[in-house]
Design a protein around this ligand. Structure first.
Ligand SMILES: *[C@@H]1O[C@H](CO)[C@@H](O)[C@H](O)[C@H]1NC(C)=O
Ligand SMILES: *[C@@H]1O[C@H](CO)[C@@H](O)[C@H](O)[C@H]1NC(C)=O
Ligand SMILES: *[C@@H]1O[C@H](CO)[C@@H](O)[C@H](O)[C@H]1NC(C)=O
Ligand SMILES: *[C@@H]1O[C@H](CO)[C@@H](O)[C@H](O)[C@H]1NC(C)=O
Ligand SMILES: *[C@@H]1O[C@H](CO)[C@@H](O)[C@H](O)[C@H]1NC(C)=O
Length: 430
């Protein structure tokens, strides 16, 4: 399996929000210090540093209201499986790096010497009901004759690899296709005629790397916010289930195009271009992605939004020694969704809600795979410095963005199975 570009990690240090001078000094230092793994494209700049005053419109909204609406439509159940606590599970994990070959090297934390293994030994306990542990045989029955697409970035791929590993107790898939860059792969479970694909589209919309350097020497992307990324939009109408996600790439400097005209940017540092902030691009990207889905005549699948997956850099930013060293989950009363995480989450939910209404008109189902709260509570689940050899020249030295396998991201597939069961195995012609 090839290495793929990672998305830009970022942290939560908000003390620099209003100090552009410091920002510029830091940019200078960053440029000097950033080390790049050979086969990685240059990573973007951690834009939380560039985060000016939050012109947050969404966080003032009642987040519970929006969420509850979406969930009740999504699940039709009285129990919200996405609100709860992590509880100990001595039986976990259900695979290891020796039983499963599908673990991406950078998420193979045990290979790189992670000393603790407690982070594998938790399960999600929803308030008021139970979430069964993933049952691979049952999953394969539910998806028999069906197809599932992960549409997004390397965190989406992280979930797909977790799924392949969870299913590996029963059977492995065969690879039937890969794109040239090795970033998108199609797997087939012959005995079950089940297809899984990940479509690499970190921005969800049409995007071009305009400049490998950009204002911060870390790359600059042109995003065509109203144009479909045809690498996936032309491929998904055959799919029964589509899981769409995105987030960390929107932190990079970006030029925003609409109607083929430059309308603004995110941290492009050009005096004659309006900085619209990342939320603008993020919102429009989801809007366009959902619009693409709703416009596919032959598509009859169920669309899942897998919500934003928070990172956990502490005591510094991603390339300034920021790290995630906790070895235990938070309890729900020890942390809460705020700042950038909240803003991105709310933006997604709002666009999801609009798309869901639109899709309902033609009988398309939209479902919320609402992993944000559970993952916010898992600062212990990231590779940290165990995603590579010690001392390796990698960009993301301490990876507090992706998730170790096995690890807490396996729970996303517990959620997924539960949700697929609720669909009653009928996504087409129902
Ligand atoms: C790390 O790799 C980059 C890209 O190959 C190279 O430019 C840089 O000098 C390397 N840094 C160190 C400390 O080896
Ligand atoms: C699996 O993890 C062990 C440590 O638990 C490590 O020694 C080994 O190299 C890893 N194997 C693979 C195939 O990743
Ligand atoms: C396998 O599933 C696909 C849909 O995913 C279907 O079109 C095809 O006919 C199935 N093949 C067999 C042999 O059942
Ligand atoms: C902004 O100004 C630069 C020169 O300072 C010019 O190269 C660029 O084309 C201008 N961009 C727009 C959108 O006018
Ligand atoms: C969180 O709740 C638990 C009981 O459920 C309590 O023991 C603990 O002190 C609380 N922690 C905080 C930070 O409030």
């Amino acid at each position: 399996m090839k290495y793929q570009p990672m998305e830009i990690p970022y942290g939560k240090n908000h003390t620099l929000q209003n100090t552009p001078k410091i920002v510029f000094q830091i940019i200078g230092t960053l440029i000097l210090l950033t080390t790049i793994l050979l086969y990685y494209p240059l990573l973007g700049y951690p834009s939380f540093l560039l985060f000016k005053t939050s012109s947050s419109s969404t966080s003032s909204h009642n987040f519970h209201e929006v969420r509850e609406h979406s969930l009740s439509v999504s699940s039709g159940e009285k129990c919200d499986i996405f609100t709860g606590e992590w509880v100990r599970n001595p039986d976990a994990p259900y695979y290891t790096n020796t039983t499963c070959w599908a673990i991406h090297d950078h998420q193979n934390c045990m290979k790189y010497g992670r000393p603790d293994s407690e982070f594998m030994k938790w399960k999600w306990q929803p308030d008021g009901c139970d979430l069964p542990i993933f049952n691979p045989a049952q999953f394969l029955e539910v998806v028999r004759g069906k197809s599932l697409a992960f549409v997004g970035d390397s965190v989406g791929r992280n979930q797909m690899q977790s799924l392949i590993c969870l299913l590996s107790r029963v059977v492995y898939p065969v690879e039937v296709w890969q794109n040239k860059a090795g970033t998108s792969t199609r797997w087939h479970y012959e005995k079950y005629n089940f297809t899984v694909v990940n479509f690499w589209t970190p921005h969800l919309v049409k995007a071009k790397e305009a400049d490998p350097n950009g204002p911060t020497l870390t790359g600059l992307f042109n995003l065509y916010l109203d144009e479909f990324d045809e690498s996936w939009t032309t491929q998904i109408d055959e799919f029964d289930y589509v899981i769409i996600s995105g987030g960390h790439w929107f932190f990079r400097p970006e030029m925003y195009y609409e109607n083929n005209k430059l309308v603004g940017c995110h941290y492009c540092q050009e005096k004659n271009v309006t900085d619209l902030q990342m939320y603008y691009g993020y919102r429009k990207a989801f809007r366009t992605a959902f619009k693409a889905i709703n416009s596919l005549e032959n598509y009859k699948g169920v669309t899942f939004l897998r919500t934003f997956s928070p990172s956990h850099f502490e005591n510094g930013i991603w390339n300034k020694g920021g790290n995630c060293v906790k070895q235990k989950p938070f309890a729900s009363n020890e942390t809460h969704l705020e700042n950038i995480d909240l803003e991105l989450y709310m933006t997604q939910l709002e666009e999801f809600k609009t798309a869901e209404k639109e899709g309902m008109k033609r009988g398309l189902k939209f479902r919320l795979l609402d992993t944000t709260q559970a993952m916010l509570m898992r600062p212990d689940g990231h590779p940290s410095r165990y995603g590579h050899l010690p001392g390796a020249n990698v960009t993301l030295y301490n990876d507090c963005v992706h998730w170790c396998l096995p690890g807490p991201i396996d729970t996303w597939n517990d959620f997924l199975l539960q949700m697929l069961k609720m669909e009653g195995g009928k996504s087409r012609d129902s």
